[in-house]
Design a binder for this molecule. Structure first.
Ligand code: AMP
Ligand code: FE
Ligand code: FE
Ligand code: ZN
Length: 281
């Protein structure tokens, strides 16, 4: 039987609902041979997940989901095979978390103006030390009774372009791609959806991105086929995953393992990683 993996997963180390160890337990239950933990702007959950993976016989890849700036605006970039102790990477991630914190304060202020007052301490309590994301703010809004559900929080306030969706300054894609490379990692352009055009893929390949996320809940079969074909055309590797954030499924977040990502895709990423030794600084 061929191996199935999931290369896009979130835990409570960022905006997921499940602690890293239990992400791995769920991977075992789903029959996966390997998973990558790709929390937003942190590798803080990876150690716990790896320890659980060793115990339970599931391979855990150290990953991270970065938010970067490209020519159309924000793009998410997945990094794999990241070192736990690279000073430059950790410094960069720390800056990103500070920017998230500042933006969250701005969002809370805006929510007050919009008639949904929220105490920032409630947001901090929900995030519990994780890099603050809009889902934490959504959960805080549910806790205060301002909204009844996560979809409602996004529809009324937090969705992209919504009244309380403040931007934050993002690092340019080429800098983050280069940073991932310098520490020996491999990068993939996440959930490109309608941005998956030949022009965009060519430019991303020129920036040095290693792979594209072919399988993702937000991609229908046509989008996945297009991406698969474009990956071949531009010499890019393939990744995929469920973007699992916990028990809630949405159009963009599926059940862990649901994307049936072939293990051979991970083998190719690993071969790229092995060919790339961290450069001396
Ligand atoms: P942020 O990282 O703060 O920009 O928030 C983005 C995160 O919010 C994504 O990673 C998703 O987990 C979540 N998200 C974004 N849009 C929606 C939506 N419409 N419904 C539910 N969750 C969403
Ligand atoms: Fe998220
Ligand atoms: Fe994303
Ligand atoms: Zn994600």
């Amino acid at each position: 039987m061929s191996e199935v993996v999931d290369l896009h997963l979130h835990s409570t180390a960022s905006d997921g609902e499940t602690p890293p160890e239990r992400v791995v337990t769920a991977a075992v239950a789903a029959g996966l041979s390997a998973v990558a933990l790709t929390d937003h702007d942190t590798v803080g959950g990876v150690g716990e997940a790896m320890t659980a993976g060793d115990r339970l016989g599931v391979r855990v890849i150290a990953g991270c989901e970065f938010s970067v700036e490209v020519w159309w605006g924000e793009m998410h970039l997945l990094g794999y095979f990241l070192p736990a102790d690279d000073a430059e990477l950790l410094r960069f991630l720390d800056q990103q978390r500070q920017a998230r914190h500042a933006r969250a304060r701005g969002i809370v202020e805006r929510l007050g103006e919009l008639g949904a007052p929220l105490d920032f301490t409630e947001v901090s309590r929900v995030a519990d030390g994780a890099p603050i994301g809009r889902p934490h703010i959504a959960r805080a809004l549910i806790a205060t009774g301002a909204v009844a559900s996560l979809p409602e929080a996004f529809e009324r306030y937090l969705a992209d372009g919504g009244p309380a969706a403040l931007p934050r300054s993002l690092a340019p894609a080429d800098e983050v791609i280069a940073l991932v490379r310098r520490c020996g990692g491999v990068s993939s352009a996440a959930h490109l959806k309608e941005r998956a055009t030949p022009e965009n893929l060519e430019r991303l390949a020129d920036l040095g991105v290693d792979a594209v996320e072919v399988l993702h809940p937000a991609h229908d079969s046509h989008a996945s086929q297009t991406l698969d074909q474009l990956a071949g055309e531009f010499g890019l590797l393939r990744t995929g995953g469920s973007d699992w954030h916990g028990r809630r499924k949405t159009a963009r977040h599926q059940a862990l393992g649901a994307m049936r990502v072939p293990g051979v895709w991970l083998d190719a990423l690993e071969a790229r990683h092995s060919s790339r030794r961290p450069t001396a600084k």
